[in-house]
Design a protein around this ligand. Structure first.
Ligand code: ADP
Length: 313
C-alpha cells in the first residue's frame, strides 16, 4: 500500500494524563480517511501530532514518505480545530495569505483565492473581513485557505462542526472533489454519518486508544443486526421489551404511530424479538431487518466500558 501517512505506536501524555495511547494507523494515498470518536477521545491530539504542532511522547510518524519537516508540511493542508484566525483580513486576503505561507507565489495565491471563492459561491464575501462573517461562513473560508496551496494531503480537524446541514453537504462535496483530483483527505469527526458517507477507511478512538482500524464495511460487519418496527397507537414497545433484555429505542412518531429500532444482540435474533412482541401484545404494523449504522458499530465495539480491541489487525 502506498501510504500518505503511517503512524506507529503514537502516545501523547499531558503531564500525568495520557490523551493518546499506542495508536497506529496508515492512510492510503488518494483515499478519504476518517478519525472518529466521541469528544475528548484524542482526535485533535492525534491530528496535531501528524502535522507537527505537537511532539509525540512516543511513536513514529511517516508523512508523505518521510519524517515531518518543513518541506513535507508544505505539501500538507491543515484546518485546525481552533477557528477564527486572521480575523481582520478579508476572506480573499486570508486565503491568499495561507497559500503564500506554504510557498505559493503571491499572484497565484490571489488568483486561486478568487477562483475558490467563486467555485464555492462566495464571491459576495470576497472583500469582507473574516470577523464580520457568520461563524459558518468564516469556517468555509478557513477550509478554502487550508487547500489553496493545492496540497497533496489535506487534514481537517472537525470540519463539519459549526456548519448547518446544507453547508455540511457542500463540504462533503468539496472533500469528494479533492479526492477525485488525486489528493488524500483525512478528517476527524464525532458524527459518524459523515464518515459513513465519505470514507474508505476509518480509525475509531475511544479514551485515547484505538478501538478499530479498517474499512467502513469491515466496521459495519461488526455491528449487530438491526430491526425496524412500527406499532399503532400509544403502545410503549421499549417499556415492554427493554426489561426483557432487548435493546429497543424509539426512533420517531408519525400520525400517532411509533417507529422503533432494535439491536439484535446477545443471541436475541429476529425470531426471539418477534415472539417477545407477540407475547407483549404489541400492535405491530411493521417488522423488518435494517442496515446497521456506523454509530451502532461503534457502540458495539466500544460499549459503555471502553475496551480497546485488536479487531481487523
Ligand atoms: P478530541 O479531539 O477527540 O475531542 P482531544 O485530543 O482534544 O480530543 O483531547 C483528548 C484528551 O486530552 C482530553 O481528555 C483533553 O481534555 C486532553 N487534552 C487535550 N489537550 C490538552 C492539553 N493541552 N493539556 C492537557 N490535557 C489536554
Amino acid at each position: 500500500m502506498d501510504a500518505a501517512l503511517e503512524a506507529e505506536g503514537l502516545v501523547k501524555r499531558y503531564g500525568a494524563r495520557t490523551a493518546v495511547r499506542d495508536v497506529s494507523f496508515s492512510v492510503p494515498k488518494g483515499s478519504i480517511y476518517g478519525v472518529l470518536g466521541p469528544n475528548g477521545a484524542g482526535k485533535s491530539t492525534t491530528l496535531r501530532m501528524i502535522v507537527g504542532v505537537l511532539k509525540p511522547s512516543a511513536g513514529r510518524i511517516s508523512l508523505l514518505g518521510g519524517p515531518i519537516s518543513r518541506e513535507t508540511l508544505r505539501r500538507v493542508g491543515y484546518l485546525p480545530e481552533e477557528r477564527g484566525l486572521y480575523r481582520s483580513m478579508s476572506a480573499r486576503g486570508a486565503i491568499a495569505y495561507l497559500a503564500r505561507l506554504k510557498g505559493t507565489p503571491a499572484r497565484t495565491a490571489f488568483r486561486r483565492a478568487d477562483q475558490l471563492l467563486a467555485d464555492h459561491g462566495l464571491e459576495k464575501i470576497r472583500n469582507k473581513r473574516i470577523k464580520t462573517l457568520s461563524k459558518g461562513m468564516a469556517q468555509k473560508v478557513q477550509v478554502l485557505a487550508a487547500i489553496a496551496h493545492e496540497p497533496e494531503f489535506i487534514i481537517f480537524d472537525e470540519p463539519f462542526s459549526g456548519l448547518d446541514p446544507v453547508n455540511q453537504r457542500a463540504l462533503e462535496a468539496t472533500i469528494r472533489a479533492q479526492a477525485q483530483a488525486g489528493r488524500t483527505v483525512l478528517f476527524s469527526t464525532h458524527v459518524m454519518e459523515h464518515a459513513e458517507r465519505l470514507c474508505e477507511r476509518i480509525l475509531l478512538i475511544a479514551q485515547g486508544a484505538r478501538a478499530f482500524e479498517g474499512t467502513v464495511s469491515e466496521a459495519l460487519a461488526l455491528a449487530p443486526s438491526v430491526a425496524v418496527l412500527e406499532t399503532d397507537g400509544a403502545f410503549d414497545l421499549a417499556g415492554a421489551l427493554v426489561p426483557k433484555g432487548f435493546a429497543v429505542t424509539l426512533e420517531g412518531e408519525e400520525h400517532g404511530n411509533k417507529r422503533w429500532r432494535a439491536r439484535l444482540e446477545n443471541g436475541r435474533g429476529s425470531r426471539q424479538l418477534l415472539q417477545a412482541c407477540v407475547e407483549a401484545g404489541a400492535p405491530l404494523s411493521l417488522f423488518e431487518p435494517a442496515r446497521a449504522s456506523l454509530h451502532e458499530a461503534f457502540v458495539a465495539l466500544v460499549g459503555d466500558k471502553i475496551k480497546p480491541s485488536t479487531v481487523a489487525e
